[in-house]
Design a protein around this ligand. Structure first.
Ligand code: AMP
Ligand code: TRP
Length: 326
C-alpha cells in the first residue's frame, strides 16, 4: 500500500469550509493509503503562541479529526514534538539546504514581510517539513497549493542528500486534490470562508453552537431573484448554499435545483440549515465524548510508539552516512 502523510497546524478553529474542502478528502484517503497524520506543533511555534492555548488546540484538533471520521485504526496519528527524531533529522537536512533556497520560498517571503522580528524558524520551517516527509519514505503528501513549493523543496533536498551520501530517501510527490469544493463566506460569498475572517457571521465553525449556526445560515447573503439555481458568477450566495447542501447530502447540483424548484429562499435556507446542523451535531457529540475521555491519549501514545522507531532508524542511517558520532 502506498504511503501518505498529512501535517496539520494546530492554529485556530476548524470551519465547515475546512471540512468540505480538506478533512473529507483525508477521511477518504484512509481506505486507499497507509496514512500518517500528525499535528505539526513545532511548525506552529515559528510564530508566537500562547503555551496554554496551544496545548488545548492540539488535543482539540486531534479530537475534531477523529469526530469527523478519521479512524485511528486506519491512520498513524501522532504529535510532531513527541517524536524528537523529526527535529534531529531536520538539522542534518538543514546542512544540505542552501540559505538561498529557503529565502526564496514564497511563504517565507510573505510571512517575513509582516514583522521585522521574525524568527529563524520561519526561514527553516520547510526543512522541518522535509524531515517530516522524508523520515517515513512516503509516496504522497496531500497539500494545498500554497504548500506545494515546500514539498518540491523536500524533493530537492532528498535528491541532493541521496547523491552525496548514497540512496537514503524516497522521492515524495505532492498530491494536490482536484479542485475541491470551495465554500465561501456566508456574508460575502465572493470570499473564501476563512477562520481568520473579521466578521464571524459569515463563517461556520464546527464547534459553534447549533443555534448560532442556524442563525448564520438563515441570514446568509443571497440575491433578489428568488430562484434556487447554481450560478456561482451571478448568484454566489445561493450557489454557496447549494454547494454546502450537496457536499453534506451527496446529492448532485441538478437534484438540489429540482428539489428546491419554486421554493422561497427562507424554505431553502431552512433545509440547508437542517442538513448542516444534523452533520455538525453528530460531530460535536463525538467531539465532546472524546474531549471528556482519555481515548485520544491512547491513540497518540500508539502513534508516537509506532512512528518513533521508524524516524529513529532514518536518523541513524543518515548519521552513519554523514560520519557523525563514533
Ligand atoms: P486553512 O484553514 O486555510 O489553513 O486551510 C486548511 C485546508 O482546508 C486547506 O486544504 C484548504 O484548502 C481547506 N479550506 C480552508 N478553507 C476552505 C474553504 N472555505 N473551502 C474549501 N476548502 C477550504
Ligand atoms: N506546513 C504545513 C501547513 O502549514 C503543515 C505541515 C508541516 C505539513 N509538516 C508537513 C504538511 C508535512 C504536509 C507534510 O499546512
Amino acid at each position: 500500500m502506498e504511503k501518505i502523510l498529512t501535517g496539520l497546524q494546530p492554529t485556530g478553529s476548524i470551519t465547515l469550509g475546512n471540512y468540505i474542502g480538506s478533512i473529507r478528502q483525508v477521511v477518504e484517503y484512509q481506505d486507499k493509503y497507509d496514512s500518517y497524520i500528525f499535528i505539526a506543533d513545532m511548525h506552529s511555534i515559528t510564530v508566537p503562541q500562547d503555551p496554554k492555548e496551544l496545548k488545548e488546540r492540539i488535543r482539540s484538533l486531534v479530537n475534531i479529526y477523529l469526530a469527523c471520521g478519521i479512524d485511528p485504526n486506519k491512520n498513524k496519528i501522532f504529535i510532531q514534538s513527541e517524536n524528537e527524531f523529526h527535529a534531529n533529522i531536520s538539522w542534518l537536512l538543514e546542512c544540505s539546504t542552501y540559505y538561498g533556497e529557503l529565502s526564496r520560498m514564497t511563504q517565507f517571503k510573505d510571512k517575513s514581510k509582516k514583522s521585522q522580528n521574525f524568527t529563524s524558524g520561519l526561514l527553516t520551517y520547510p526543512v522541518l517539513m522535509a524531515a517530516d516527509i522524508l523520515a517515513y519514505d512516503v509516496d504522497y503528501v496531500p497539500v494545498g497549493i500554497d504548500q506545494k513549493q515546500h514539498v518540491e523543496l523536500a524533493r530537492d533536498i532528498a535528491e541532493r542528500f541521496n547523491k552525496k551520501y548514497g540512496e537514503t530517501f524516497k522521492m515524495p510527490q505532492p498530491l494536490i486534490a482536484k479542485e475541491g469544493t470551495k465554500i465561501t463566506d456566508l456574508q460575502d460569498p465572493t470570499k473564501k470562508m476563512s477562520k481568520s475572517a473579521e466578521n464571524k457571521k459569515g463563517v461556520i465553525m464546527l464547534l459553534d453552537d447549533l443555534d448560532v449556526i442556524r442563525k448564520k445560515i438563515m441570514s446568509a447573503a443571497t440575491d433578489s431573484e428568488m430562484l434556487v439555481k447554481y450560478d456561482p458568477e451571478n448568484k454566489p450566495g445561493i450557489s454557496n448554499l447549494i454547494n454546502i447542501y450537496i457536499s453534506l447530502t451527496g446529492k448532485t447540483i441538478e437534484e438540489a435545483e429540482k428539489e428546491f424548484e419554486g421554493c422561497n429562499y427562507g424554505t431553502f435556507k431552512k433545509q440547508v440549515a437542517d442538513v448542516v446542523i444534523e452533520f455538525v451535531s453528530g460531530v460535536q457529540e463525538r467531539y465532546n465524548a472524546l474531549q471528556n475521555s482519555n481515548e485520544v491519549d491512547k491513540i497518540l501514545d500508539a502513534g508516537r510508539d509506532y512512528t518513533r522507531p521508524i524516524a529513529k532508524a532514518k536518523f541513524e542511517d543518515m548519521r552513519k552516512k554523514m560520519g557523525l558520532g563514533r
